[in-house]
Design a protein around this ligand. Structure first.
Ligand code: ATP
Length: 249
């Protein structure tokens, strides 16, 4: 018997404000410990896909009109965003959204709000600082004073503090200098390798996303236009199309 995938979306259709169609029948699986890149042009539906999974969609006036979502075989379509965090699904939103007046360490501890295993939280805080040495140096600094790259790292580290099995990350390198963007992706690769966390990453930087992902999905106007293992992306034409934010049919 094969076990259920970590996450399964089947024929998911999403509308905003009752009738604005944003996702038009999306189906894909995520494997335990995989890294999946979700690519596509502005407005293709990447953020909507992540919000659909984390259940933050309703807060934005969106709703799933058709299809199903299962986490390890369990229907999650009626759960709240807080339920999903408790089940190990953490969403790192676009724009980082740290508590600017709290310190880096306080922000990270907020990520563990649903946990009562105090000793393990302390150990995970150290693990987070090992993954992000820049944050250890700045642990007492107010988050509002961090650079953009450090804020992104802190947002990911805060998500890690919930001890997730799946992290949904929206545009982690937006507005970052190339070297810092690479550091952010290196940290994602480390978390995946050492902490066995699966990732679904919405990203416009195709080259960086493909450098860490093992699977790629490309969205076009709310539809999946291409789904591949990265190792199977062979034709130059196909790769070029990905760089242009569209996929060949
Ligand atoms: P971007 O990179 O620009 O964020 P995206 O691929 O993440 O793009 P989404 O933000 O998911 O795309 O948007 C998909 C579609 O849904 C777009 O047509 C967008 O205008 C629409 N949309 C997104 N959020 C809302 C909302 N809260 N209310 C109405 N329509 C929305």
């Amino acid at each position: 018997m094969t076990s259920a995938p970590l996450l399964k979306l089947d024929d998911v259709e999403v509308v905003y404000q009752g009738n604005l169609l944003a996702l038009r029948g999306i189906s894909f699986d995520l494997a335990e410990r995989g890294i999946t890149a979700l690519l596509g042009a502005n407005g293709a539906g990447k953020s909507t896909t992540l919000k659909t999974i984390s259940r933050l969609l309703a807060a934005e006036g969106g709703a799933v009109r058709r299809g199903s979502l299962h986490l390890r075989g369990a229907d999650i379509s009626r759960l709240t965003a807080a339920d999903l965090v408790r089940r190990g699904v953490v969403h790192v939103l676009e724009g980082r959204r740290l508590f600017r007046h709290l310190t880096v360490e306080e922000n990270l501890r907020m990520g563990a709000f649903s946990r009562s295993d105090t000793a393990a939280v302390r150990a995970d805080l150290e693990a987070a600082f090992t993954l992000f040495p820049r944050l250890r140096e700045r642990r007492g600094m107010k988050a509002g004073y961090l650079s953009g790259g450090e804020q992104q790292m802190a947002a990911i580290a805060r998500g890690f503090m919930a001890r997730p099995s799946l992290m949904l990350i929206d545009e982690p390198t937006m507005g970052l200098a190339p070297g810092i963007a690479q550091e952010v992706f290196a940290a994602i690769r480390d978390i995946n390798a050492t902490e066995r966390v699966a990732f679904l990453i919405a990203e416009q930087n195709t080259a960086l996303a493909l450098s860490v992902a093992d699977r790629v999905h490309v969205l076009e106007s709310g539809k999946l236009a291409l789904s591949r293992k990265v190792a199977d992306l062979c034709s130059q034409e196909e790769i070029q199309a990905l760089y242009l934010g569209r996929a060949l049919q």
